[in-house]
Write a protein that binds this ligand. Sequence first.
Ligand code: ADP
Ligand code: TRP
Length: 320
Amino acid sequence: MRILSGIQPSGRLHLGNYFGMMKPALELQEKGECFLFIANFHALTSVSNPSVLRSYTLEVALDFLACGLDPRRTVFFKQSDVPEVCELTWYLSCVTSMGLLERCHSYKDKVDKGITPNHGLFAYPVLMAADILAYQSDVVPVGKDQKQHLEVARDIAIRFNSQYGEAFVIPEPYIQEATAVVPGIDGQKMSKSYGNTIEIFGDEKTTRKRMMGIVTDSTPMEAPKDPDKSIVFALYSLFATAEEREAMAARYRAGGMGYGEAKKTLFEKYWAHFEPFRRRRAELAADPAEVERILKEGAARARAEACRTLQRVRSLVGVD
Ligand code: ADP
Ligand code: TRP
């Protein structure tokens, strides 16, 4: 089984990225052949400063390696090191209807927010389809917001296969219900673009302050509280075992625990969870040449796979 996912280097990674995509993808490392990449071409749709893009790219690489990506097992690379995906994007574009892309929520949401769309933003799902199809991916772990993009990738693959002949595996999304949408500190989906994130590797003081700022209702300390309506509880549940989660839910329902105390407990859980990862990240950050080496080695393996697909695709479309 080939597992593939990517993440844009468009900001500091947060708990939504970690629980929605990274953790499930890293767990799948054991189950098949895993390809993970840093989607720096995609990030150009929102990051226009080259040194910022370079620095986010290294940060994402460090985050993944620190969180348990094993480069001996997983092919880890930068999207731009496999330029064949751009060529494939063109072949796929020519079997993709405008309507399919015009229906994409993430494009429509950005336009509704007042962003003047460029062609890159509009064509974003086709490049994403190329990422997935170039490596003949079976399973794509992502958060729920990427579900529609996966459907587009499947539609494009089916269309190409039926028009030209079998070239692509039809990929399946892998979305875990419990972590499909991680809430941010304001209760909306946690997202870099909403400014409501809790970073995976935020510094202690800032993160503690952000957690203390999580939106709560005004139920007084002594009153019983509904854990299912609490963002603090939803975030705590991501870190807790089933027993810890039940014990915390019982404390909410019993009353006598204020939100301040619940937030402190959440912070401690978070801080302890990432402690070993923080240590590993600091070690890796001291050796960026090693990170570069890992990415280059991954790129060579990924590129060989993409080249095989492209050879077949060129011949099917008639440009060989
Ligand atoms: P952002 O919305 O912060 O820009 P990305 O679009 O870069 O995040 O998402 C990278 C990966 O993390 C995707 O697979 C996405 O589905 C997942 N992800 C992002 N935010 C969340 C969230 N709040 N809950 C669950 N998964 C998320
Ligand atoms: N669009 C994805 C995101 O914002 C990133 C991405 C690019 C991706 N190419 C991919 C994810 C291929 C999975 C497979 O999160």
